[in-house]
Design a binder for this molecule. Sequence first.
Ligand SMILES: [Zn+2]
Length: 374
Amino acid sequence: MVTDPWLELALILAVIYCLELISILPPPRRLLLEGVRRLYLSVSGVILRNPLPWSLTFNTESFPLIFGTEGVYAYEPHQASNRRPPGWGHRFLRYDEIEEHGVEANELKLNGGTFLKLSSEAWAQSCNEALHEVLEAPETTRLAVIRRLVERRLAPTPAAETLQNLRRTLLSARLHGTLLFAALTTTLTLFVATEWARNHWSRFAMLLVLLLLSCVWEFVRVHRRLYPNAVSDRFIKTFILALNLPTACRMAEALARDSLRHHHPLAVLQTSGNPKQFKRLAKQAWLDLTYPAPFAIEPSAEARDTLQTHREFEREALSQLLEHAGVSLKELTAAPQPSSDASWGYCPRCESQFDAATEKCPDCRTPPVPFTRA
Ligand SMILES: [Zn+2]
C-alpha cells in the first residue's frame, strides 16, 4: 500500500504519461512515424511511442507525425486497409444534397467517390474547405475542382515542403516539452526522496508553473502558425495542455498530429519514406483503382459516373506520382507467382489465389483471373 502522497502523485502522473504513449488504431487507420532516417506508416493495431519527449528528432526511433489517428486515409473509393467495396456503411450524397451539416457525417461520399472521411475537427475542417471549394464552383466546373483537389493531395512536392517546414517549426516545441519533462521528473524524484525538497515545495511548484505557462504560450504560437484557421481546436487543445503536465511534455506530438491531413500518405512516403513500404502501399492503391471492387449497394447512375470520373483523376495523379518515384506500373499489376502447381488463378485486386475456378473472390468479390501457364 502506498502511503507517501508524493509517491502517489508521482505514480498517477507516470500512469497518465504511459497512457500518452499508447495509440490504438482500429482499421483502416494509419499512423505516420518518423524513424531513424525515414518516415514509415503504421497500420491498424496498438502502437507504443517512444517515451522520451526529446526523442522526437530525426535520429531516433520515434515520430512527431501522425496521419489519421482520428481521421483516416481518405478521398478513396475503397478503404485501404480492409479494402472492402464501396457501399459498406457509406453514405452517398448528391451535390445538391450537401450542406454544412454534411461534413459532420462520419463518412462522406461525394456523388460516389469517397471524398473525405472524417471524425476529428481538423479533418472536418479540411473536408469543409474542400467541400466549399467544390460547392462554390459552378456545376460545369465541379469535376475540374475535384480533379484539382485530388491532384493536390497526391502531388509529391507540397508534401515534402510541408514536412520540412513542420520539422523546423516543431523544434522549439520539442525543446519546451523536454524542459518540462526534465523538471517534472526531477521534482517528483526529489519530493519522494528528500525532506528538504518537500519543505521547499513552493519554489518547485513555481518553477513547474512557469515552465508550463511557457509551454502553453509556445503551443499557441506554433499551433497558430501551423493551423491558423483551427481556432476552436486550438482553444480546446490549449485548455487540455494547461491542465495536464504529461500532455504538455509531449506537445510536439499534439501539434504534429493533424499536419499531414492535406496530403495522401503516398505523396509523403514518396518524398521521405521507406521505399519498400512506399511500393507496397502504391501497389495496393493502384490495384484498388485498376480493379475497383463491385458495389455492395448499387448507387444511382449519377453517383456511379462521378465515382468513375473521380477514380480516373486519381489514377492519373497516382500514375504521375509513381512515374516520378520510378515505380513501374507493369510491375505493380503483374500476375503473382502461383503458390503451388494446383493454383488455378488469382484475384487481381487482393491477390488471393484459388485452387479451382471460381466466379468471385470471397474477400473482395472481384472476378478472378486464371493463371496462364506455358
Ligand atoms: Zn480479392
